[in-house]
Design a protein around this ligand. Sequence first.
Ligand code: HEC
Length: 436
Amino acid sequence: MRRLPYALSFAGAALVACTFNDPLPDDFGVCEVEATQVEPTPGLTYYADIQPILAERCGSCHADGGIAPFAFDTYAKLFPLRDLIADVTADRSMPPWPPGDCCGEYMHDRSLAAGELAAILGWVADGAPEGDAADAHSEEPPASGLSRVDLELTMPSAYTPTESDGDEVRCFLLDWPEAERRYITGLQVRPGSPELVHHAIVYAVPPLKGALYEALDDADDAVGWSCPGGLAEGSDSVVGGWVPGSQGYDFPEGLGSVVEPDSKVILSVHYNFAPALGAEDQTSIELRLDSTVERQLSGLAVYNPAWLLGKTMKIPAGEADVTFAYGYDPSPYIGDTALIHNVSLHMHEHGSAGSLAIERADGSVECLLDIADWDYDWQGDYYLAQPVRIERGDRLKVECHFDNSAENQPLGAAPEDLAWGDDEEMCIATVLVTRA
Ligand code: HEC
C-alpha cells in the first residue's frame, strides 16, 4: 500500500503549527557519561593481538582498491602509521561512525569496543612490538554478511561518472524479475568500482510508480539519471542503504520489505570519483528473499511538506546555523501502535547536524538518531538494537542544522541563498516501521 505521509500531516500542521515546528530541547542528545575513558592494555603484539582487530575494524576500507586512501594490512605498512592510528582511534574519528553515543544503540555498530581501543593504545604506547609471526590469525573475513543470496540485480550497463567536480549522485532503474510477491529480507551492495562508489541507497517502487522513473531514465542519453536529491518523493520506498565498509546484512529476524511483481528497483549511487577520473562502474545488489515474513517493513518520511511545496526552508547565504524542525503524529499511516526498526537522515553538503526524535504524548522526548557532525559522505541507515514503540499521539520529529557560511561551501564557492531542492538542500528523516 502506498503511503503519502505529507497529505494528512499537512492538514495537522495547519492546526497546531507552532508546537510542530519547535526545535528539540537544548539537552537533546547529551548524556552525563562523556566518552568512555580507557586504560591502555600493556604487553600486546601485532601478530597475536592487533592484526585481528585492525583486519576486522579497519580492513574493509583500508585495503588496496578500498575507499580509504591507504592500506595497513602488514606490519611494515602499519608501523610508520602507529601514532596517527592511536590519535584517530582515541578521538573516535576512525572507524567512521556518525551516530552520537548518547542516543541509541544500533546493530552493526562500526565503532571500536572499549577493549579494542585499549589494546591499540597500549600496543602503540609499548612501541608497537611485532611479536611472533607464528601467532598470526589466518581466518579470512566472511565474503558477505548475507546468510544467502537469492537474487542479484546489476546496473543495466556500466556508467562513467562525468560531473566535473568529482561528485555525482545517479539513479539506475533495475527490472524486478520475480513473478510472485516477495519480501526482501537482506541486502548487500557490491560496488563495481569500490574506489568510485561512496554510498548507495536501494528503493523498491511499486508498479504504479514505475512509469515515472522510466520517463526520467529515457530522458537521459546515458544509463540512469542524475538524482542528487536522492529519491525524495519516494523516500518511503527505501529498502536499505550501504556505505563503504559495511558488509551488507540480513534484516532482523522476521522482517522484510514487500516487493510486488512488476515493481522496479532503483539503485541510487553517490560517486566520489576524484581519485579515479574516467573510470567506469557497474554496481550490483545482492538480495535475500522470502515468500512470507512475520512483519512487513514500510517506510515513512519525516519532513515538512511546506519546505518542499512552499519553499519555506530558506537558508540565507552567510548564515552559519539555520535550524528547521518538524514533527507529526504518523498514526494515520502506520496505525495506533507501530515499532520503529531503522532510522536515517538525509541532508546535502550544507547540513551540519541533524536529529530524529519521538516526542511522546506526555511531552517527554526520546532520541532515535543524533548526528552532531553531519557528513554527507557518511550518511547511512541504522537498525536500532531494540525496536522502539510509537503510539497514537506521539510525534516523530526531525531537526536539521545548516551551515551556509563561506567556510562551509562545497569546492569553496561563494555562499548563495538556499531552499529545498535537488541541487540545494533537504531535511528528511526516514524510518522503517512495522505495525504492532
Ligand atoms: C568505513 C570505512 C573505514 C573504516 C572502517 C576505517 N577507515 Fe580509516 N579512513 C577511511 C577514509 C575514507 C579515510 C580518508 C579520510 C576520510 O575520508 O575521512 C580514512 C582515513 C584514516 C586515517 C588518516 C587520517 C588522517 O587524519 O590523515 C587513519 C590513520 C585511519 N583512517 C585509520 C583507521 C583505523 C585505525 C581504522 C580501524 C580502527 C579505520 N581507519 C577504519 C575509511 C575507513
